[in-house]
Design a protein around this ligand. Structure first.
Ligand code: PLP
Length: 448
């Protein structure tokens, strides 16, 4: 597969032109990447009016992902989530309806900020999982809620931060039957397309999704996609660039775009075929750890999520021990320690991890569990709550007050309370459990 963006920038850098354009470093090395960091000079195309090298590169990505349209983001999935919500609102309005999204409760905080600012009504889907990070909706409950609410779209976050994958195929089947859009936050799952048996949401029936290329593909931080499926409403395809440009910087990073361009080539050259052995090795490690007494969770082949309390450690303690052994995890909290792998992981690194985990002395199990969060009452609409003046208070004083921050979130940016919800004692217990000391609440003076 060709790399039109990388080729253009490399040729430009080799010409050693007098750079009387942005960026101000003028190609002079300080970090070492400046020569390749350009702006929208002649021939470089324009990200959200693409008709040259960027368009060709995005078409390569669309071919790899099997989409009708794939658009690059230089601001991660966060930008694509805002664009998805805008498109959903546009779709509702074009059908003469007010937008309503039925979303699994473990949505990333960007979803909440976007819904609040765009004034989209959100109804939440809960599930049997006790933690805040996961929410695999029950299919028959989903169907009942769709019949009751007639939402514009269902919004699912899958995989979640600890590696649980929702049944997107079954969810998409229900959505299709009811004529409801299915949007998926697939920030953690770009690589699912390139497994032996692809599990990417677009393959499983989603209309639209975001992927963070930087999370699981060999791409620079900030690299992401907005994918539109071939069966999505036509307006998603025609309005997608406009939707991204509404929220995006007007100075997108060409380093990130080159990285996305090169990722196409790495994938088409077979980086994932070569990684099969690595994923098998990781699967073996998971089995060994379970035999050894570790409790694991999640369905993702490229993630290892340890729940070490039953082995005598909190997630944070395990993360610290790994760190002392020069192994740095993605995420930890009291309950989980999450490690992420990709085709760029070395098999040796898996062996190092294995030897640290298998030599860790087993201790008395930690019996305390994470507090259970009640379903919080919506006191005022999200949009109203973020648009009213707020005050910061100690969480101990927050019971009964209305949350004003888009989200008060546990560490992976998943809402405990969203704007407009009345904080109760279960929420306060969760804030404390995750080390949150203060929160923004709507200033009472402004509530009518
Ligand atoms: C589930 C989920 N969605 C969206 C995002 C935002 O992605 P990005 O950092 O690429 O903007 C994250 C970030 O961690 C995430 O975990």
């Amino acid at each position: 597969m060709d790399t039109p963006i990388c080729d253009f920038v490399r040729e430009y850098a080799e010409k050693d032109s007098v750079r009387l354009h942005m960026p101000g470093h003028k190609g002079v090395d300080a970090l070492g990447c400046e020569r390749l960091d350009i702006t929208e000079i002649s021939g470089a195309d324009v990200l959200y009016h693409a008709n040259g090298i960027i368009k060709r590169s995005e078409e390569n990505a669309a071919k790899l992902f099997g989409t009708a349209k794939t658009i690059y983001s230089c601001e991660g999935s966060s930008l694509s989530i805002r664009a998805m919500l805008y498109l959903i609102k546009l779709y509702a309005v074009s059908n003469g309806k007010a937008p309503l999204i039925l979303s699994a409760r473990n949505a990333h905080k960007t979803f909440v900020t976007a819904a609040a600012v765009l004034d989209i009504d959100v109804q939440w889907l809960y599930s049997k999982e006790t933690g805040i990070v996961s929410c695999k909706p029950d299919i028959s409950e989903l169907e009942n809620r769709i019949s009751e609410l007639s939402p514009t779209a269902v919004y699912i976050t899958s995989p979640d931060y600890i590696g649980n994958i929702a049944d997107i195929e079954a969810i998409s089947e229900v959505c299709r039957r009811h004529g409801v859009i299915l949007a998926v936050d697939n920030a953690h799952g770009a690589y699912l397309k390139f497994l032996n048996k692809p599990q990417h949401p677009i393959d499983l029936g989603a209309d639209i999704c975001c992927d963070s290329a930087h999370k699981t593909l060999p791409a620079l931080t900030g690299a992401g996609y907005l994918h539109i499926s071939k069966k999505a409403p036509e307006m998603f395809k025609t309005q997608a660039q406009n939707a991204m440009s509404l929220f995006a910087s007007t100075s997108p990073s060409y380093l990130i775009m080159q990285s996305l361009d090169m990722t196409n080539k790495l994938i088409s050259d077979g980086i994932f075929e070569k990684a099969e052995q690595l994923f098998l090795r990781l699967g073996e490690l998971k089995s060994t750890l379970i035999e050894h007494g570790f409790e694991l969770c999640g369905d993702e082949p490229a993630k290892l999520s340890v729940m070490p309390k039953s082995y005598g450690y909190t997630g944070d303690e395990l993360s610290d021990i790994l760190y002392e052994n020069n192994i740095v995890c993605e995420f930890s909290d009291p309950d989980f320690c999450v490690l992420m792998f990709s085709p760029c992981t070395l098999e040796d690194d898996i062996s190092k991890l294995e030897s640290v985990l298998l030599t860790l002395p087993r201790r008395q199990p930690k019996l305390n569990t994470s507090p259970r969060l009640n379903r919080l009452e919506t006191a005022i609409p999200m949009n109203k709550a973020v648009m009213l003046p707020s005050v910061e208070i100690d969480v101990s004083d927050a019971v009964g007050r209305i949350s004003a921050s888009a989200t008060v979130a546990c560490p992976p940016a998943i809402p405990i309370a969203v704007c407009g919800e009345r904080i109760d004692s279960s929420a306060v217990e969760c804030f404390k459990y995750y080390g949150i000391k203060s929160c923004l609440i709507v200033d009472d003076k402004f509530i009518k």
